[in-house]
Design a protein around this ligand. Sequence first.
Ligand SMILES: Cc1cc2nc3c(=O)[nH]c(=O)nc-3n(C[C@H](O)[C@H](O)[C@H](O)COP(=O)(O)OP(=O)(O)OC[C@H]3O[C@@H](n4cnc5c(N)ncnc54)[C@H](O)[C@@H]3O)c2cc1C
Length: 440
Amino acid sequence: MRYIVVGGGPAGCAAAYTLQKQGHEVDLFEADDALGGRTRQIKIGDFSVGVGALFLMGGIYPRTTAILKEIGRHDDLVPWGGASELMDSDDSRYPVSFVDLLSYLKVPRLTLGDRINIAWMGIKLFLSSGAKNPFDGEDLARYDHGDNLEGFARKEMGDRGYEYIIRPLFDFLYAVPPSWLSTPFPIAIIQQAFKMKLSVPPEGPVQVSEWMIEASRNVEVNLSTPVTRISRQDDSYVVEAAGQRYRADGLVVATEAFTAAGLMRDFISTDSHDKLENAPYTDYAHVQIGYKKNPWPDYPADIVLPVGYGEGPRPVGALVLQSRRQVSAVPPGGELVGVYFTTPPLEHMSDEDIKREALDTVHRAFGEPSEKPEFVELFHYDKGLNIAKPGAYGTLDAMRRELPPGIVLAGDYFAQAGIEAAVFSGERAANQLMGAGGSG
Ligand SMILES: Cc1cc2nc3c(=O)[nH]c(=O)nc-3n(C[C@H](O)[C@H](O)[C@H](O)COP(=O)(O)OP(=O)(O)OC[C@H]3O[C@@H](n4cnc5c(N)ncnc54)[C@H](O)[C@@H]3O)c2cc1C
């Protein structure tokens, strides 16, 4: 069988890896000049700057972990403690561990009553049922009862629990107000928090995609080759790319949802097309600021999360000292600060506003450096991260099942954005295509 995979992010690479494992030949088409999609690294002078993803999350990334073990790469991952601090609106700092939810109970702004409430909620959630894989949209849909995360958290944890635990975590991870997010993912994360450990491949998360392809035989990778059209002919598909036409017995489309909608427009129902086209994504930006000489080598935290009780939307969700996360991101003695924005304020900011706000927040968090940065690089996406609104998992999962035979979709948008969501969906798409995965 001849299979084609469109898109070389983690979803497409996981699909290609899974197909070739069963002896199939695969052609992978990637629009960009490198694999990895939103996990790519780019060179700026001696710095290696991530366009998106920062870390893997250990036991709550089961399929990514399993594949990395299978290809002998799991031991290459570099653990990262993710030492963090909350930065309050009066500039007070509260040290926490990003992955240890219990550490947030020590935040001095929480009262004894808050702590008891939150601990009780944790126990109740731990004992209740929830999605087994927090990045499987089908599993998440079963627990999506239309609630939103802000409503849930305020009710179960109180207002301070919401402001000092849920909001900082989700401002960083998903960059939208928790009122826009459905609850099954955060509940599954809280239930499985004990499995969470951060790690990073030595050259950045892009290596997850690169390693899967390096471990593959019979996968022909075509970089800088955007697919411009897909059409259906009898039982097979024709893919057009770089002026050529390629026939495939089966196809995995592993681009972002809105791109998949355009490519498949000719042979899917209007309803399926519209569900893909309208899959919710957020405008997203981060700024990477490079310093040749590290101005803050002894700063006590790697991540700073701005917080503030009862405040409206704030522009910056997190600051990350990248040399702590990925040593290879910076030249010796240098530092790279990632400033990650949140959506509603972003909508009203020009690119210059975003860069200025990034620098101001860095100075507020770490102190003004004596030397100017080497560069201030803005990464601004019209549609950067998919948003799992209440109802979104079920809508997309139902649409996935309505497609004609021989073509399947993969991408992180079926669940909560994340490398595990992409890898899980890519593996599932390949298995569905080969008939091994039942309904996928
Ligand atoms: C700022 C940021 C931070 C993040 N942090 C993390 C993190 O710390 N941990 C984590 O797990 N996840 C993180 N993510 C999310 C993670 O990057 C995504 O979930 C993941 O990359 C999605 O993989 P994908 O394969 O579904 O899509 P993508 O990575 O977007 O890959 C899609 C690929 O399709 C290609 N393509 C598009 N159109 C065409 C076409 N017509 N023809 C051929 N190819 C095409 C694109 O060029 C791209 O390479 C972050 C994302 C961002 C933006």
